[in-house]
Write a protein that binds this ligand. Sequence first.
Ligand code: PXP
Length: 253
Amino acid sequence: MAEQAPQGRLRLGVNIDHVATVRNARGSAYPDPVRAAKLAETAGADGITAHLREDRRHISDRDIERLMEELTLPLNFEMAATEEMQAIALRHKPHAVCIVPERREERTTEGGLEVAREENRLAHFIAPLADAGCRVSIFIAADPTQIEAAARIGAAVVELHTGAYCDYHAEGRFADRDAELARLWDMAAFAHSLGLEVHAGHGLTYDTVGPVAALPQVMELNIGHFLIGEAIFTGLSEAIAQMRRHMDAARAA
Ligand code: PXP
């Protein structure tokens, strides 16, 4: 049965991938993403997200080991639906796993997962992760076909892709942005009606976070690139605190 729309505080998952991107640009030991994760915790993050990509372009296997050893916040382990990643997740048993599509040539996770076309394989793929106690989330476009498929394969959570909404905003295409926001609104309610917990993320900034934070069914936002970029100017703690203020204000309104 669908749970009530959450009344409490919207959770903020801070994605630290791009601290590792900067580190890896010079092959140095710094900046350390685990240090960023600990700072995020004191600044008001409710969880840490890290994506171990197949090509290890930012987060490394050792980063995941250290996050598991050193963090007290829950880790949301983002991964592609591959056997290698499944084995790593089953070894660490993070609080949550988020299954994302991954293509080597992309700059970031560009679209949602095609759940409907791969329903059988994904159902078998996520079952051992759920059995191991991981909260399984599927990163998808705000599309009813994908949401229904995510519910059928037994996912606990869907994370709705906010990239298109944010891109339209950045391009000044405000009618398209508002249509996308309306879709996110409807699809958050639809996913919730199927008993799925609803998260959202990708591309969110201070300018775009408010209307997404206001979606009543959304329980968690995952935000990375903007926060790490903003940290250059204001520091990571202030960037996170400011994002929290935007989220909380939108939720309260
Ligand atoms: N959620 C998911 C599933 C993602 O793949 C990403 C990007 O790694 C994010 C949220 C965060 O996106 P951004 O870094 O653009 O804030």
